[in-house]
Write a protein that binds this ligand. Structure first.
Ligand code: ADP
Ligand code: ASP
Ligand code: MG
Length: 408
């Protein structure tokens, strides 16, 4: 008996009609003889609505209570889908993350999965039932409800697929696969039949929200066969591959962007050993993730230190920096939360020189100023003013020949 984990995102379960359509699809697979575990997101817009309610109550909501609140969205969908399946004479049973026992750490709103108890699911599958699990949530060792960060249902699905040793994990969404860039920004974007795990990891970590980064990390760690497909149209979608099987891999596979970044600078810091850690340790201590870091060449014994954080953490990080600035005798703290990061990704980059200069030349020709640069073996990222986001993405998409050939 093959085991499949299917995950349906918010738009795919956005209305009663759509939930019924999902039930039809699941029933067809189940009738075909496969064991099916379904992970569902909240109905589209619901998580945002719940976050908004919390903010009306507390400008910075208590994170434990926020998790109790926002985890309810997924619970609604599990029950409705189970009912829809039962209506179709397909035996089904719904569970919250805590009921399955998806055990997480205690970092509310961005918890990580530690272990999954699959006993209950296996028993239900053996009894011929479809198991419907609420995505995005778990429970910590003290019994508190936790959530896994925005887009976290992807991670629930892949983690379950790993725990159950599923044959394949299907992420059903509102696009029919992974594209060369977000088709909402560049309509000329092309669907990729396959993408290497390494590239998908970079794309997700650089902002392509078609898959939550942690889901890709899980897939890589446990070798989960992962595919992104459309809930609405038939097709093979995009397979995430673990070896580069393409005979001739493209130079650049995709363009990713992240609008959620903000930049902070501490200028006139005394240039001496230990300074970077003195600046960054208090930031890390507050669980603020740091992305790009630049330290200038020192001039007259002082240097400038710039880094980026998530926009949500901008004010918090700025406040911490202000205290550090006084302690270190730095000149000034400044920041900009109107920046974005645009990146090109491709394993083909490894064996080719001149990619960076093509990228920078294309941006320069459009008058786009680059504020920060960071590179790795398979990606180059630049920070630019947010007003250039669309232009930068489209310019790079064309510069690296990713545009779909016009229909003749
Ligand atoms: P779901 O609710 O199903 O989880 P998401 O909104 O989280 O769906 O993810 C799907 C969306 O991801 C698409 O509608 C698309 O706008 C966006 N996206 C961003 N980058 C890409 C990409 N490279 N390929 C496909 N979709 C992308
Ligand atoms: N509902 C959650 C969110 O909107 C989780 C998910 O959809 O994956 O982020
Ligand atoms: Mg998603």
């Amino acid at each position: 008996m093959a085991i499949y984990v299917y995950k349906f995102g918010g738009t795919s379960v956005g209305t009663i009609e759509r939930i019924k359509a999902v039930a039809e699809k699941v029933k067809a697979a189940h009738t075909g003889g496969d064991a099916i575990v379904v992970v569902v997101s909240a109905m589209s817009g619901e998580t945002n609505r719940l976050i908004d309610l919390a903010k009306q109550m507390q400008s910075q909501p208590n994170e434990r209570e926020l998790d109790v609140l926002i985890s309810t969205g997924e619970q609604v969908t599990t029950a409705l889908l189970s009912m829809a399946l039962t209506q179709l004479d397909c035996p089904a049973c719904s569970y919250t993350g805590g009921q399955v026992r998806i055990l997480t750490d205690s970092i509310h709103t961005k918890a990580r999965i530690r272990a999954i108890d699959d006993t209950r699911i296996h028993a239900d599958l053996k009894a011929g039932k479809v198991v419907v699990v609420a995505g995005f949530q778990g429970v910590d060792e003290f019994g508190n409800i936790t959530t896994l960060g925005r887009g976290g249902s992807d991670t629930t699905a892949v983690a379950l697929a790993a725990a159950l040793k599923a044959d394949e994990c299907h992420i059903y969404t509102d696009v029919d696969g992974v594209y060369t860039t977000d088709p909402r920004i560049e309509p000329k974007a092309r669907r990729l039949n396959q993408i290497t795990f390494e590239e998908m990891l970079e794309m997700a970590s650089l902002g392509s929200k078609v898959l939550q980064i942690r889901s890709v990390e899980f897939a890589g760690k446990y070798n989960v066969k992962l595919r992104v497909l459309s809930s609405f149209i038939e097709g093979n979608g995009t397979l995430i591959t673990y070896e580069d099987t393409q005979v001739e891999s493209a130079l650049i596979s995709g363009i990713a962007f992240n609008r959620d970044e903000a930049k902070l600078t501490l200028s006139g810091v005394p240039d001496m050993p230990g300074i970077a850690s003195k600046i960054l340790a208090p930031i890390a201590h507050e669980n603020i993730e740091i992305d790009m870091i630049i330290q200038n060449i020192s001039a007259k014994g002082t240097t400038d230190f710039t880094f980026t954080v998530h926009r949500n953490d901008f004010l918090k990080a700025k406040k911490i920096l202000a205290t550090i600035a006084v302690e270190l005798g730095a000149k000034e703290v400044s920041g900009d939360d109107r920046i974005v990061k645009v990146s090109i990704v491709g394993v083909g980059m490894r064996s080719h020189a001149g990619i960076a200069s093509t990228m920078f030349k294309a941006l320069a020709e459009e008058g786009i100023n680059i504020q920060m640069i960071s590179t790795s073996e398979i990606k180059i990222s630049v920070v630019v003013d947010e007003k250039y986001l669309e232009l930068a993405v489209r310019t790079l998409h064309a510069a690296f020949n990713l545009d779909e050939a016009p229909l003749s």
